[in-house]
Ligand binder design. Sequence first.
Ligand SMILES: [Zn+2]
Length: 88
Amino acid sequence: MNNDELTCQELVELISDYLESALAPTERVRFEQHLTTCAGCRAYLEQMRRMIRTLGAITEKEISEDTLEQLLQTFRDWKHEKGGEHGR
Ligand SMILES: [Zn+2]
């Protein structure tokens, strides 16, 4: 077994540690070495980064926007129903 080179499987297992900068320096070097030779893992890492960024951006803005929209919708429906009742 070649202990120097990371396999794709190993890279995937280390990816969250890598993104949290929790890898040991030697592991980090091996990680990045694999990336230079493996386009598939580069793409995978890029995808993970983007997802994390999106999730981080979502938490406050989008959820409150969604919730607001839902509240407005509920309010509209509620008003409509009440108005209908009153109209009779
Ligand atoms: Zn790979």
